[in-house]
Every structure is written in C-alpha cells, then in structure tokens.
Design a protein around this ligand. Structure first.
Ligand SMILES: Cc1ncc(COP(=O)(O)O)c(C=O)c1O
Length: 394
C-alpha cells in the first residue's frame, strides 16, 4: 500500500487570512474590539457569564490561581495526565501540586481518590478534560464545595464539549481553554478564561493587564488572535461533528477487536476528540507500544504514543517537577515552612501512580481525526491498525 498522506490540522482559510489582514489595516494590533467581540462570542457559545481572552492557556491558568489567591504552602490536587501547564501554574504561585492516579474510564482522578488526598492545606482542585473526553465535573464541583475548595477546569482540549448540557470549563470557579495552533479552535497562540463569578472576573481582568494595585501581568490576547478566533468559532460545531463522525467509524470497526479497548465517552457526554484515544493490549502482541506505533506511522497513519515528540510525560515523572538544578525561587515542596505530604516524599519521581503509568507506557494511543480527515482515510487507518496487529501476533 502506498504511504498514506494524513492531513495536518489546521488549514487556515482565505477568510482567516482576510480577518488578520483587516487587523493590520486597522493599525490597532493589541487587544481591542476584535478581542472584545470574540470574548462575547465565546461567552454566548459556552453560556458562561464572563470570558476573558489571554495570550495562551498557560497564562490563563496562572492568572486563575493568582486570582484565587493560591500561594505559598497551599496544596493543589491535580492530574498527572496532562501537558505541563495545568500543574506548572501551581509552581508559578509557589504552591505544591499533589498528583492523583487516574481512573480508566475518564483518564482523570475520580472523586474518592481526590477526597483521599484532601488535607487542611488543600486549596483547590485542577482537572483536565483529557483530549476532549468528559470528566464528572458536576461531582468534582460538589466535592470542592463540601471542603470549601476552588475548582479550576483546564478545558484546553474541550472546545464545544458539553457534559450534562453544560460546556466544559463552566462547572468550576474558573475554566481555561487553549487556542493554540493545534487545538480545535486555533488562533496560533491564545487562551480564554471562563467564570460565572463577577468578582473573580474583575480580578482576572486587573491581573491580565497591569492591574497597578498589586503584582499583575501583561497576559492580553492579541487583536490578531481575537480576529482569527471570531472567524473560526463559526466552524467549530461543524468541525466537531466531523471529528465525532470519524470517531464513530473507528468505534464501530474496532469495538469487537480482542486486542483493543475503546475509550468510550462517559454517560451524558459526547467527546470532541481533540484526539481519538484507544487502548491496545500489548501483552497479546510481540512488540512494545512504541514499536507498534512506529510500524503504523511508517504507513502514514499518525497513531502515536502519548509522549511522542512532545513534552507529555506524566507530570510526576516530568523534569519540571524533578529539576536537576533548583530554580532561584526554590522548590515549594522543600520549603522549611511547608510540612505537608510532599515535604516527606521530597521527590515527585518517588510517587507511584500505577493505573495511569501502565496506560501511558503500555496501552494508550492517540490519533488526530480533525477535518479534512474523512471516512476513506479513517477506513485506511483501521486497515493498517488491523494489519499491524496481525503481523505482531504470537
Ligand atoms: C491540557 C493543556 N493545558 C494547557 C495547555 C497550554 O496551552 P497553551 O499552549 O495555550 O499555553 C496545553 C497545551 O497543549 C494543554 O494541552
């Protein structure tokens, strides 16, 4: 079979180009009307009371914790299965991340595991919608209320994803979405913060743009990003439907496969498939997960292990949380005044999170299925996956 040419997401349209050109002609390139209009569109789209545009989701997450007064010695319960930003924001505030193992259905920490780790130092829970699949955000919200904690949702993969009819990022105190080039709503670099709380929104706005009264930042979204976002949000639902159609074909064709386990979106949700995820039982084949993915990729199908080419190792194993050289501000979990769980453990590398470690190391694969990936290409991917499994059977 000829090597398959899998399309790269995204492709910017002529109208995208025009929207950016108009910003240049207007001579107002920093946050202005376009950003404001985009924020309003986003607010309506997600049914959130407030939407605040920022330079990227990393800035958004940092602002979220700053606005919630997270600081030195606070513990923040979070997931190890994410990009660094959902936990590096904790370090930016000199607080201590507490990583909790994930459940196999949501690929996110479940309520009991989180509750187990709550101490008098816990101030917030940050969870992610992994690759556009839902988590039980309503239950997490209830848990956070019970213990008087903040709940921050990193919905960077979940544009247009509704769980129990509410948009991802609107359950907790603050939600953050990334609009990075590779995301479903793609403006190059950009982020959006959602909240329903007026006081938090006011504080976020102050911190975003030189609040003057306290240490603040310049984390504004550019006018280019606002213009692109306004133009591209129109297509988001249509594009998500294509992702969902592609996923359905994969599900239908792979669900009976004895070596494969599908990741099914939980009840009351439809994933928006930032990536399509599946589990391969590598105990039944002769090669490792990485070798399997390499063989499939040689045929042109970008079925990848999660931490390929990217900074996506599980966070408790990631160098940011296990630095060779300590940063100038020190490591918050080694601070003498901090007496919590991580002070005793000292090193994140010592933590064992067996469920998610096994999934990442031995089972989980991701496939991009963004438009213009179509039925024909998805069927080719299924064929290659089946052939590669057959080739590696004992
Ligand atoms: C889950 C998650 N959170 C946060 C980010 C950071 O987004 P940004 O690049 O907009 O800062 C990413 C980026 O890939 C991500 O995947």
């Amino acid at each position: 079979m000829k090597k398959i040419n899998w399309p790269i997401w995204p492709k910017y349209s002529l109208s995208d180009q025009k929207s950016v050109q108009k910003v240049v002609s207007s001579n107002r390139l920093f946050a202005g009307k376009k950003v404001l209009n985009f924020e309003n569109k986003f607010r309506n789209f997600t049914k959130s009371k407030y939407a605040i545009g920022v330079g990227n989701a990393t800035q958004g997450l940092h602002l979220a914790l700053a606005a919630l007064n997270i600081g030195k010695g606070d513990e923040i319960i979070t997931t190890p299965f994410s990009f660094i930003s959902s936990a590096s924001c904790i370090l930016m505030q000199n607080a201590v991340p507490i990583f909790v193992d994930c459940a196999t259905d949501t690929l996110s920490p479940n309520i009991d595991a989180i509750e187990d780790k709550i101490t008098k130092r816990t101030k917030a829970i940050i969870l992610v919608y992994p690759f556009g699949y839902a988590i039980r955000a309503d239950r997490i919200k209830n848990l956070s209320k019970k213990y008087n904690l903040y709940f921050v949702e990193d919905a960077s993969h979940a544009h247009g994803m509704f769980y129990k009819k509410k948009h991802a990022g609107t359950f907790g105190d603050i939600g953050v979405l990334s609009l990075h080039q590779r995301k479903s709503l793609s403006v190059g670099d950009g982020g959006m913060i959602l909240t329903n709380n007026k006081l938090i929104a006011q504080k976020l706005r102050k911190l975003r743009s030189f609040g003057h009264e306290e240490l603040s930042y310049n984390y504004r979204m550019t006018e280019f990003a606002g213009a692109l976002g306004l133009n591209r949000i129109k297509n988001l639902n249509k594009e998500n439907k294509i992702r969902q159609k592609n996923a359905k074909i994969l599900d239908e064709n792979l669900k009976e496969h004895p070596f494969i386990r599908l990741i099914r979106p939980i009840s009351f949700s439809i994933s928006v498939y930032h990536k399509y995820l599946l589990r391969l039982n590598t105990k039944l084949i002769k090669c490792s997960l990485k070798q399997f993915s390499e063989q499939v990729q040689k045929k042109g199908i970008p079925l990848k292990i999660i931490n390929e080419n990217r900074n996506w190792d599980l966070l408790h194993r990631h160098s940011i949380f296990n630095p060779k050289v300590n940063p100038a501000r020190g490591l918050p979990w080694l601070d003498k005044e901090y007496k919590g769980f991580m002070r005793k453990i000292k090193s994140y590398k010592k933590i064992k999170l067996p469920v998610i470690e096994n999934l990442i190391d031995n089972e989980l694969l991701e496939l991009p299925i963004d438009p213009p990936v179509n039925t024909k290409l998805v069927n080719k991917a299924i064929k290659v996956i089946n052939e590669t499994i057959n080739k590696n059977c004992y």
